[in-house]
Write a protein that binds this ligand. Structure first.
Ligand code: AGP
Length: 603
């Protein structure tokens, strides 16, 4: 998830672009860049790291930042999905005479890149984005028609993208297209000004009305006018930037729960195509000759790993064990070199997980990092990295990182099964069909959120919570308990439902809240009897299920689906919302809860 900005007008273009990128830094900041076209003169600046590095580069250059001539400019702050965070991979990407910034993923970039290389185009970056500018010039060189070349270019692109393109062939226009990734456009407060941004935060104070483009809307801005390819709806900009950075949500955590549909969709782009599963980051040598997979992580990432262990054994038919990194480091583990070591980490910087990875490397194991931050420490140590593409996760309580990790690991289990030929084509077809349904299971319905909000007032006290589940719903129960603990400060424990009668059921009384995960398609009868045992001993039960359950004190109905993994993601959203709403009622800081840090880089 990246941030793009654009400007046409006579104000200080570099300042407007930089200020805009700073407002979008929450969308990604592993590198950034701007391109400004003034008549036939192009100035391009790029820098790795935060916007401040880019700003310093501009200030120390000969560029006249006070220029008030008419100019057009585009800018980009990056969250790497293809290619390391380097200056070469930073946007804008340059052709001979055209320049582009892009937010999203071009799924078919490899075939386009091969085609363009064969027709003589030279590429300098590892990114998918660079194909856009070369494709535009390929068409323009044939037609000399910028508008048609832009339309022909976007017609060839598959995936999710919002694009701003400028070209010396039309130095007073910015071409734009929105498909799958957000893009807003506004008339500036000054005459003949047009502004673009991935979200409205950069526009506040510079414009009053805005169009939040719908998918399929394209066009160009020229001399204060905007030419759209279809009818658009103008609306009034919000007044608060902070509110805007959260895209109107109360907390980053809330925004990130609602983003799960989109980022899980992004995590699958280019990896699932028809009945094929592919990871360009992995090669078959990594998973052939492997007799065991050992997963190592902390916290929420550990819960994703535990979930994946069921899928690796069930789908890839590979033995899979999961370790908590802080334990693994000191247990003098017996490691064999036919074991594949997978670390999972949103930040890629968690000290215990990083050290565990180094131990495995030292013991000669092949390793993969499943990470959300490219160029983080773990990605530089592991043999291969699979990015989860969740975009920046600002809330300390991890939400979209977990859902993208789980989907990526599920896809890896299918990839391994394909490489090792342990899955029939029909089964692979069925699994991919279910995977494609996951984003729908992550859509937050208003009535569900309202139900969780109303219920939350019932769970503010009591002497503790048990979250119980079976199979993959056991790691999900652990995750639900962790969410509640870390933002409400109430005691909660995730437990295998079948284990309650081996001691914990002694705690059952009306003050003990049991959050029961009761999927229809995963040992329903077993979990039902576990919950009945607790209900018979007066524990207060909150059942989460697609099936009505009359014995519960509270009941949250999830959408009926036909696969337990879809139920998994339906219930995940409930657990995230419930913990957030309880935290809100308790008056806690949802995004920055006490005692915690977003990335635990110390032991
Ligand atoms: C999750 O909500 C917590 N913030 C925490 O458990 C986190 O998952 C853990 O610290 C691991 O972080 P990582 O994924 O960046 O390695």
């Amino acid at each position: 998830m990246c941030g793009i900005v654009g400007y046409i007008g006579k104000q200080n273009t570099s300042k407007i672009l930089i200020d805009g990128l700073r407002e979008l830094e929450y969308r990604g900041y592993d590198s950034a860049g701007i391109a400004i076209l003034e008549d036939d003169k192009l100035d391009v600046f790029k820098a790795v790291g935060k916007i401040a590095n880019l700003e310093a580069k501009i200030e120390t250059s000969a560029y006249d930042t006070e220029s008030s001539n008419f100019s057009i400019g585009i800018g980009h702050t990056r969250w790497a999905t293809h290619g390391k965070p380097t200056e070469l991979n930073a946007h804008p990407h340059l052709g001979e005479y055209s320049y582009v910034v892009h937010n999203g993923i071009i799924e078919n970039y490899k075939e386009l890149k091969d085609e363009l290389i064969n027709s003589g185009h030279k590429f300098v970056s590892q990114t998918d984005t660079e194909v856009i500018v070369h494709l535009f010039e390929y068409y323009f060189n044939k037609t000399n028609d910028a508008k048609k070349s832009f339309l022909d270019t976007i017609a060839r692109l598959e995936g999710a993208y919002s694009i701003l393109l400028i070209t010396k062939s039309q130095p007073n226009r910015i071409f734009f297209m929105k498909h799958g990734s957000p893009l807003a456009i506004a008339h500036g407060n000054n005459k003949d000004e047009i502004l673009f941004a991935s979200s409205d935060a950069p526009l506040i104070g510079l414009a009053s009305d805005v169009v939040y483009l719908e998918d399929g809307v394209s066009g160009y801005a020229i001399d204060g006018n905007i030419v759209f390819n279809q009818e658009v709806k103008w609306t009034t900009l919000p007044t608060s930037k902070q509110f805007a950075q959260k895209d109107g949500f109360r907390f980053f955590m809330e925004k990130e729960i609602y983003e799960q549909h989109d980022v899980v969709t992004d995590s699958m782009l280019g990896r699932i195509k028809d009945d094929e599963i592919n990871f360009e980051e992995l090669n078959e040598s990594l998973c052939s000759g492997i007799n065991e997979i050992k997963i190592c992580a902390c916290g929420t990432s550990y819960h994703a790993g535990l979930t994946a262990s069921y899928l690796f054994e069930r789908i890839s038919k590979v033995r899979c064990s999961v370790e908590i990194a802080s334990e693994f480091r000191y247990k003098e583990p017996l490691l064999k070199d036919d074991t594949l070591f997978i670390v999972i980490s949103q930040s890629g910087e968690t000290a215990d997980t990083l050290e565990a990875l180094k131990m495995a490397k030292k013991a000669g194991l092949k390793s993969i990092a499943v990470c959300n931050v490219d160029n983080s420490s773990m990605t530089r140590v592991a043999d291969a990295t699979v990015l989860t593409r969740a975009g920046i996760e600002k809330g300390v309580a991890s939400t979209k990182a977990f859902s993208t990790q789980t989907v990526v690991l599920w896809m890896m289990a299918l990839y391994f099964a394909k490489v090792n030929e342990t899955i029939a084509k029909q089964e692979l077809h069925e699994q991919l069909k279910v995977l494609r349904e996951v984003p729908k299971s992550l859509i937050v319905e208003d009535k569900l959120h309202e139900k969780c909000r109303r219920l939350s007032k019932r769970y503010l006290h009591g002497h503790g919570f048990f979250f119980i589940g079976r199979d993959v719903f056991y790691p999900l129960a652990l995750e639900g308990a962790l969410k509640l603990k870390e933002i409400s400060y109430l005691h909660a424990e995730g437990y295998p439902a079948g284990e309650m009668k081996h001691g914990p059921i002694a705690l059952a009384d009306p003050e003990l809240f049991t959050i029961a995960l009761m999927p229809q398609h995963c040992h329903y009868d077993k979990i039902k009897s576990n919950v009945e045992e607790l209900s018979a001993r007066d524990s207060t039960i909150c059942a989460i299920s697609p099936l009505e359950f009359e014995l519960s004190d509270d009941f949250i109905k999830t959408k009926p689906t036909d696969h337990y993994m879809l139920e998994f993601f339906e219930m995940l959203v409930v657990l995230q919302l419930l913990s957030m709403e309880i935290s809100v009622r308790l008056g806690n800081d949802v995004d920055m809860p006490r005692n915690l840090a977003k990335s635990v880089t110390v032991e």
